[in-house]
Unconditional design. Structure first.
Length: 60
């Protein structure tokens, strides 16, 4: 499920532009039942993994 954050939220440095709420995505929707995903940013690949303890790890 994709939704917006509560009204009035302001971004910080590196976040969404001022006046725009950051996008919210359920991890289960993003991963589609898998435990990891590859995210492309500026041409580089990053791996987002869910550990056996349910924590998230993002590595380049």
């Amino acid at each position: 499920m994709i939704s917006k954050s509560p009204e009035g939220a302001q971004s910080t440095a590196g976040g969404a532009p001022r006046g725009q709420d950051p996008i919210r995505i359920e991890l289960a929707d993003l991963l589609g039942g898998r435990r990891e995903a590859i995210i492309i940013h500026n041409g580089a690949e990053y791996r987002l993994r869910v550990t056996s303890n349910g924590k998230l790890i993002l590595t380049k």
